[in-house]
Design a protein around this ligand. Sequence first.
Ligand SMILES: Nc1nc2c(ncn2[C@@H]2O[C@H](COP(=O)(O)OP(=O)(O)OP(=O)(O)O)[C@@H](O)[C@H]2O)c(=O)[nH]1
Length: 714
Amino acid sequence: MSTATAAPKGKLGRLDMTRNFGICAHIDAGKTTVSERILYYTGKNYKIGEVHEGTATMDHLEDEQQRGITIQSAATTCPWEFNNTTYTLNLIDTPGHVDFTMEVERSMRVLDGAVVVFDGKEGVEAQSETVWRQADRYGVPRVCFINKMDKMGADFEFSYGTLIERLGAPVIPVQYPIGASNDHVGVIDLMEMRAYYFSKEDMGSTVTEEDIPAELKDKANEWHHKMVESIAELDDALTEKFLMEEEISVDELKAALRKGTLAQEAHPVFCGSALQNIGVQKLIDGVIEYLPNPTEVPETQGTDVKDAEKKLSRPHSEDAPFSALVFKIVNDAHGDLTYVRVYSGVLQKGTRVLNSNNGKKEIVSRIFEMHSKERIAREDAKAGEIVAVVGLKTSYTGETLCDANDPIVLDRMEFPDPVISMSIEPASAGDKEKLSSALATIRREDPSFQFHYDDETGETIIAGMGELHLEIINVKLTRDLKIGVNVGQPRVAYRETINGTAQARGIHKKQSGGRGQFGDATIIVSPITEEEAKEQDLLYKDGIAYQDSITGGSIPREYIPSVGVGARATALGGVLAGYPLIGCKVEVIDGKYHDVDSSQLAFEMAGSIGFKEATRKAGLQLLEPVMKVSVTTPDEFLGNVTGDLNRRRAIIADTEQRGNTRIVTAEAPLSEMFGYSNSLRGMSQGRASYSMEPLDYRPVPDSIAKEIVEGENK
Ligand SMILES: Nc1nc2c(ncn2[C@@H]2O[C@H](COP(=O)(O)OP(=O)(O)OP(=O)(O)O)[C@@H](O)[C@H]2O)c(=O)[nH]1
C-alpha cells in the first residue's frame, strides 16, 4: 500500500523512477485541490490549504488566491513510494482559465504526461475540450480523473460517457466509484477487483482494502469486463486470449494498458473526490503505472544553430551533450528564478552554458530542486529533471540552453498572438521609469504579454490574451509594484490580410552625392496559410512566407533575403490601418542591381515599397479575432442569452440540453464581447456562466471595417 514517505533530500530517483506530469482541467474541476492532496500525501505539505481560503501552496500569487484560479504553473518535486521503490514526481500545475492558454501550452511542452481532471457531475465541459486538444497537439499521454464524485448529482457513468461522446477519447475504466453524492465512500479497483476506502479522520491517509460490497459486485463485473475487452484490443496476443476466453493476468493487462497509454491509444480512467480525500493515492499510483518516464517519450527534437533547416535530436540520456529548455521565469525578491527542463546530458552548478537562441553564454550559479515550501540546493541536474536555476540574465521562456561545444536549438513553444490591447500611461513622472522596467519584467515572465511604445500617439500599448489577462497585469502593476497608471479602454488586436494575387515592382533609388542607394525588386504577393507554407517548405514567420524565385542572378545572392526582410517589416506595421498583415506569400521573381550603389538596406527598402504596392493592388481586408463562447444557463434565461448573443454578431453553433440547463456554443467577434461577464450576470440573475477562447481571425464586415480604418487613419 502506498504511504507518504520522506525521501532522501536533494537527490531523488533515477530516470525511470521519474514522472514529469501536469494536471489540467476545465476551470473549477478541482485541479488545485487534486494538486494539494498530492503534495499532502507525498508528505511534503503538512497542512492542506483550502483553495478558496487563500492558503493553497501551488497558488503562490495573491491574485490567484483572491480569484480562486490558478494562473501560473509552478513545478514542484515530490517523492512517492510505490511497490517498495521511491519515485520522483515533478508536478507541473497548469491553469484552466483560457486567458492563460499560454501557461497551459508552456506546461504541455515540458511535461511527459498529464492527469486530466473532470467534474463528476458535469463531465466534459467546454474548456476540457480545449485542454484535451492541446494535449493531443503536443502528443501528451494522459490518464483521466473523474473528480467530485461526492457532489450532489455526481454521475460516473454519465461523465465517463461524455469522455467518449464529446472528446471521442479511447478511454478505459480502471476504477468504479463506491456510491455517489453523500454516499461516495471509496473506489473499486477494476484490475485487482478490490474495494478501497479512505479514512475520514486523518485526511484519508489510511487506506483500507476490502472485498467489493455485495450490491456492487454485478456492476464491478460488468465494468471489469468492459475494461478487459478494451485493453485486449490494444494488443494482438491479448485479443487472441480474450477471444479464446483464456485468463489474462493483471500484469498482462497493466503492461498492455501502459503501452497503449504511452502511445495515446488509451486513457485509463480513475475516479474519486479530492475534497473528501477519496481516491487520490490510487491516482498517484496510476501516474506511476501508466504515465511515461522521461526515457519513454520520443527523443527531443531541435535544429542546428546555423541552419534552421537541419534537424537534430537528442536522446534522453545523461551521456548525451547537455540541452535544456527554459519554460518559466519567476521574478521574486531574490531575483530571477528560471525553471528549466533538462532533456539531455548534465547541467553542473557554476558552469557556463550557451543560450543557442541569442548566442550568449550564461553562468548557472545555483541549481535548486523546487519543493512546494522549500528549495533544495543541487550540484547538478540530469536529463529528465526539472529544476530552477539562478544566475541567468538573458535567457527567456522558450529558449534553449546547451553545451557550447555541441549546440542545438530545441523546438520552440508556440506563443499565441495577443487578441486584445489597451493603452497605459504612468500617472506621474516618477512612475514613468518604474513602468517601463516593470513591463519588461512582466514580459520576461509571461511571453503571451506584449507591450510597445507607439511613436505616432506617444502611448505605451500593452497587449494580451483577454480582458482578465490585462486586468491582472494592471493589478500587478498598481498593487504589487505600487506604480500609478491610467489605462485606456481595451481594444481588439485586428489583423490585415490580402484578397488576391498581385505583382508590383519596388524601386529604391537615391543619388545625393557620394555613394548612392539602389535596389530594384519585382514581387508577387498571394494569400497563403501557415499549413500551406509548411507544405511548400517555406518559413512562415510573422504571418509572411517568403520565396526566392530569382534566376539568372538579376539580384545577387546576398541581397535576396533583404527583400523579404523589408516586406516582413512592412507587414508587421500594416498597410491598411496599422495592424499586422498576415497570411501572405511574398515571392521575389526579378530585380536589378548596381555594382556600387546596391546594399542590403537598399533592397530592404525596395522590398518594402514593392510589398506595399502589391498588397494594395491585391486588395486589403481587415480581420478580427473571433472567440468560441460557451454559455451554460438555466432554461428560463435561454431566450435572453441567445437574443443578446445575436445582437453581438454571434453565430450560434449549438444548443445542448443537460437537465434543466442549456449549453449554448457560439462564435462571436471579440470586439462585441467586452464586459460580457457583467451583462451575463445581469440577464441571468447571476446564474449563467461562460467560457471564451480565441478561435480564429475572420473578415470584419465592410461597414464596421470602414469605421475602424477611418478611425485609425485619422
Ligand atoms: N464537492 C467537491 N468539490 C470539490 C472537489 N474538488 C474540488 N472541489 C471544489 O471545487 C472548487 C474548485 O476547485 P479548485 O481545486 O480550485 O479547481 P481548479 O480546477 O484548480 O480551479 P482553478 O484553479 O480556478 O482553475 C473549489 O470550491 C473546491 O473546493 C471534490 O472532490 N468535491
